[in-house]
Design a protein around this ligand. Structure first.
Ligand code: NAD
Length: 255
């Protein structure tokens, strides 16, 4: 049975990934800084007959990251896939942004991804197999006003992914970034009123113009689409797609 560790899996996209991977037969190490959220995800997996463990993990904490992977290896003996998903959003224009907020975003999105990668590779290299998936964003490819630290960090994941693809190849370790457009999760629900305030427009206009304005079908990216894409990448039989980022944005951005 394959195993996966997912960060930020107590809510939104991470929870959906955990449920989807469990349904596909993976044993899932469900981690989140919010233990109650992780436990909720595990309960849902167990209800559907899957196998999962909850582990408290703040991705900025080096010791907690090492402990989560150690627990995984101790329990299941291997780590086939890691999904670096934990993330937050802080919306402020650059002239209004504090160094503290900037650094927090870098710590969660970039330090977190680095630590998850490094700990995973320690297990994946000796077992000669691994798939590393970063949850990037449409903002790995383009910018939006008010999101400088998010855009910077999500672009940074592309560099990390490409480097890991080069270094990991000799050990049969592949890496990818998934770049979703807007998905209705608590993270986005919180942004709608915030963006309405920042830009002085209605919440309806935020959804219609900012979030879905550039999509070809005016649809949100769905949790199912992200999960299907992640499973496709995790189960990809060789390194044919390693280093690539896939934009899942209903045509908002194409390359
Ligand atoms: P969410 O707020 O629903 O879930 C995020 C989870 O991350 C929460 O459970 C939270 O407790 C956890 N978390 C936050 N800080 C953490 C930390 N330091 N350590 C460990 N866990 C932490 O958000 P979501 O929409 O599911 O976002 C998940 C990922 O997807 C993020 O990286 C986000 O940038 C990315 N993303 C989201 C969207 C979207 O539209 N929702 C689009 C593109 C990319």
């Amino acid at each position: 049975m394959k195993t996966v560790l997912i960060t930020g899996a107590g809510s939104g996209i991470g929870q959906a990934l955990a449920l989807g991977f469990a349904q596909d037969g993976y044993r899932v190490m469900v981690t989140d800084m919010n233990l109650a959220g992780a436990q909720d995800t595990v309960a849902k997996i167990q209800q559907q007959g899957g196998e999962a463990l909850a582990q408290v993990l703040d991705v900025t904490d080096e010791a907690q990251m090492a402990a989560a992977f150690a627990a995984m290896v101790q329990t299941w003996g291997r780590c086939d896939c890691v999904i670096s998903n934990a993330g937050i959003q802080i919306i402020k224009t650059v002239d209004q942004l504090s160094l503290k907020d900037w650094q927090l975003m870098m710590r969660i999105h970039l330090d977190g991804a680095f630590l998850a990668t490094r700990e995973a590779l320690k297990i994946m290299y000796p077992q000669n197999f691994g798939r590393i998936i970063y949850i990037g964003s449409i903002h790995s490819k383009l910018a939006s006003a008010g999101k400088a630290p998010y855009v910077t960090a999500k672009h940074g994941l592309l560099g990390l992914c490409k480097t890991v693809a080069k270094e990991g190849a000799a050990h049969n370790v592949g890496s990818n970034v998934i770049c979703p457009g807007f998905v209705r999760t608590p993270l986005v629900d919180k942004q709608i009123p915030e963006q309405a305030k920042t830009f002085g427009i209605s919440e309806e206009e935020v959804v219609k113009k900012i979030m879905l304005g550039e999509t070809v079908d005016k649809e949100f990216t769905t949790l199912e689409e992200i999960c299907d894409t992640a499973l496709f990448l995790a189960n990809y039989p060789n390194l044919g797609l390693t280093g690539q980022s896939l934009i899942l944005s209903h045509g908002w951005e194409m390359e």
